[in-house]
Every structure is written in structure tokens, then in C-alpha cells.
Design a protein around this ligand. Structure first.
Ligand SMILES: C[S@@+](CC[C@H](N)C(=O)[O-])C[C@H]1O[C@@H](n2cnc3c(N)ncnc32)[C@H](O)[C@@H]1O
Length: 190
């Protein structure tokens, strides 16, 4: 699993954006904020090798809709193989709204992201965050993570400013040390 991740990073570093998948501890921290017990519709962006996916799938209530949107073809195929039965949308998060419509997905109560925000330029960050903000159900939550340390870089601060300008409430979790690198979760509501 980690080898597949590393290979994908080597062939497309500008999309994968990390050399190592997120840890189970970070997966529990991010998925734990999603209120899966009451969610009817959940979307994951950038599942990669499925670090968050397995925790999401394990926590969904019966009948809940779940879709994972992945830009990297190899990851999308592998996710479909590793998690038979889930809906995998091969595509880009900049077109999230269109993808959800064509898949007839109800507005998500939770959008969980593994996207590599720090390597996206300002325009791409804003384009994807606007799609997320517009797609969420009323009362829905957007969850993403940032590496502790790089969150203070110009790109990290720009990302936080972008979150603050688009969402009415932005909360930060404690730092998850058992991740490489340590990271924390942003929980955002409109
Ligand atoms: C850092 S990896 C995270 C993978 C996994 N969620 C984790 O935390 O280990 C980023 C993932 O986002 C995907 N990705 C990057 N840009 C994307 C985009 N615009 N739309 C959809 N997926 C994208 C990459 O292909 C990769 O699978």
C-alpha cells in the first residue's frame, strides 16, 4: 500500500503531494469529526490508497450514500478493487458539483478531504474550496488536514485564510503526533 503511494508520488508529485499515506491515528481523528452515525451522504476527496476510506466505510450507517472522487487513475482503479461496492468517481475536485449531480449524490453531510492543499496554487485552492462550500448540505461539515509546521508557511497561511473567508466556523483539532509528519484536522461549517 505504501509502495503504491510512493510510486504514485514519484510519477505525479504535483497531484499526490505526499510521500507517505496518512496514519490510522489521523484517519480516526478526521473521520471521528464527520458524525457518520447520522450522515446520509458522505464524499471523500483524494482517497489515494484508502487510509481514510477504510475508516469511513467502517463507520457509515446502513443505506448511507458514499462516493470517493480521485484524480489519479491508478489510485481510482486500486480503490475500486480494494473497496468493492463503493462508488469511485475518477475525476477532479474542481468539478465536484458536476460529478455529484451526474452521480445523483444527495448534498453531502460530510466532505472528507485528503487533498494536498499546500501544493495547490491560490487559484486551485479557491476553485476547489468554493465547490466544496457550494456542495455541502445545510449543517454539513468539511474536514481536511494540514501538516503541523508547514501550516505556518505562506501556502499554509493562505489556505487557512481561504477557509476563514469561505466558512463561518473553522476549528482546529489537537495535533496528531502519530502521523508522518504530525498533522491536525480542520473542521469547517458554513
Ligand atoms: C496526499 S494524497 C492523500 C491520500 C490519502 N487520503 C491519505 O491521506 O493518505 C492526495 C490525494 O489527492 C488526490 N488528488 C490531488 N489533486 C486532486 C484533485 N484535484 N481532485 C481529486 N483528487 C486529487 C491525489 O491523487 C492523491 O490521491
Amino acid at each position: 500500500m505504501s509502495l503504491r503511494f510512493l510510486q504514485a508520488f514519484v510519477s505525479s508529485p504535483a497531484t499526490v503531494g505526499a510521500v507517505w499515506p496518512s496514519s490510522p491515528a489521523l484517519a480516526r481523528a478526521i473521520v471521528g469529526e464527520a458524525n457518520l452515525g447520522s450522515a446520509e451522504s458522505v464524499v471523500e476527496l483524494g482517497p489515494g490508497t484508502g487510509s481514510f476510506t477504510r475508516h469511513i466505510v467502517g463507520g457509515l450507517r446502513p443505506g448511507a450514500k458514499f462516493a470517493a472522487l480521485e484524480k489519479n487513475e491508478g489510485f481510482a482503479e486500486a480503490i475500486s478493487r480494494d473497496f468493492p461496492g463503493i462508488r469511485v468517481i475518477p475525476g477532479c475536485a474542481t468539478r465536484l458539483g458536476e460529478h455529484l449531480q451526474s452521480e445523483k449524490m444527495p448534498a453531502p453531510n460530510a466532505i472528507i478531504s485528503g487533498l494536498p492543499w499546500a501544493i495547490f496554487d491560490a487559484e486551485l485552492q479557491t476553485a476547489i474550496l468554493s465547490q466544496i462550500q457550494n456542495s455541502l448540505a445545510d449543517g454539513g461539515v468539511f474536514l481536511t488536514f494540514a501538516y503541523y509546521g508547514p501550516h505556518r508557511s505562506a501556502a499554509g497561511r493562505r489556505f487557512r485564510a481561504n477557509l476563514d473567508s469561505l466558512f463561518g466556523e473553522v476549528r482546529r483539532s489537537r495535533v496528531v503526533l502519530w502521523n508522518f509528519p504530525p498533522a491536525f484536522v480542520y473542521s469547517c461549517r458554513r
